[in-house]
Design a protein around this ligand. Sequence first.
Ligand SMILES: [Cu+2]
Length: 252
Amino acid sequence: MGLPVLASKHGADVDKLIIYVHYLMAVLFVGWILYFLYALVRFRKAANPKADYVGLKGHLSNYIEAAVAIVEIILLVGFAVPLWAHAVDEFPKMSENPTNIRVIAQQFGWNVFYPGADGKFGNRALSFVTQENPWGIDKNDPDGKDDLAPMSNIIHVPVDKPVIILLTSRDVIHSFKLIAMRVTQDAIPGVPIPLHFTPTKVGVYQINCAQLCGLGHSSMSNGRLYVDTQEDYDKWLASQPKSSGGGAVNFE
Ligand SMILES: [Cu+2]
């Protein structure tokens, strides 16, 4: 059906649901058009010179309506709800060693934070925020010593390993959209929201903002998700500068 490249584990189920919904819509579209044409002919003025105030007595249209409702219930209960339960609500376990990342959206770009080799993020607090420390990083927290400086617009993840992203926004509502991963999540200021996916194909994919967030909205699609082999990912991670408190990222 011309769906975009798919590169995540749960994405096939998302596509399946989209295709099933389109099948139903195609049937409804054709059905309604045929009914419309039938009604034009059947109730034309020449054949019905006098209005009939009783109208149709058959129940066929009721049965068809009920059948459509049943198909919709099957799509919702049989496909959509289970898909949400496993693709959205069911987070990877710690034993799967997920890649943890924080993303803070802003007008107009993505600030990406990595916990470094220890896998733990250092403390951040509003009280630490200054001109030089825009992210409020606690410089005395040992967990933060190996955190990576925030990177703009670039996310690297290893292939075939779950990724958990804690998403929020610095200013307005944005929406973090990875089409190839079949992931979309609003980024809301003051609310950290976790999301997850497992990339299955090495490659470079676009990050889009799916909420009209201001004049430079379109430039948020400069974001790139690099899905690397584990080897390439480790090499990239080791080559990155460690956090110095995190300089401001200039997206202008
Ligand atoms: Cu945006």
